[in-house]
Ligand binder design. Sequence first.
Ligand SMILES: [Zn+2]
Length: 219
Amino acid sequence: MTIRHHPDDETLLSYAAGALRPGPALIIATHLEACAECRRAVARLEAAGGLLLTEMAPAELSTGALEAVMARLDRPQALPSRVVPLPVRRQPRLEDLALPMALAACDVGPWRRVAPGVRVSRVRVPNDPKAKVIMLRVAADKQMPRHGHTGIEFTQVLTGSFSDTGNHYRPGDFVAAEEGIDHQPVVGGEAECISLAAIEGRIQFRGLIGRLLSPFAGL
Ligand SMILES: [Zn+2]
């Protein structure tokens, strides 16, 4: 698998720092599973972060810092933005499809046909039931629904390929659609395309398929 499209450094840093929300973090975890290059980058960032912490002199902690930390621990936990691996993990599946291990802790819904050649599965992420994560399964040569964004959309290609805004994305590739983009990805002719996507903010569909997809995906 030759991976040509990776998350940018800022995104990997946010992931390493645990600063991404669970939905987008799941897409990065799925990419890391396929991409040794980004795994190495994240390991370097995590090591650098650890070094930074160990180099902080204890004197830099103000009086009462320990009490403040303990008080925070007593409060209800904030949502962890990293996907915590289960101790025992079996390869998750959806019907005949082997899914990335990153989805092992997720509740993956059945395929639902939302339009000819377009099926969607809702993915529920632990610790963030409202995270908008879907798997999209689109037939070869088919256009995905045209849509705009009020937030970012992270997509990881699992099988097949698609073209979007002048690039061609294949299995293992990661795509970040920025806020404000209006696009209509087109699936390659060689096979159906299955991708995993996390959507932040609102997504604004155009056309019939989009209108059908919109209420289903809770977008
Ligand atoms: Zn990568």
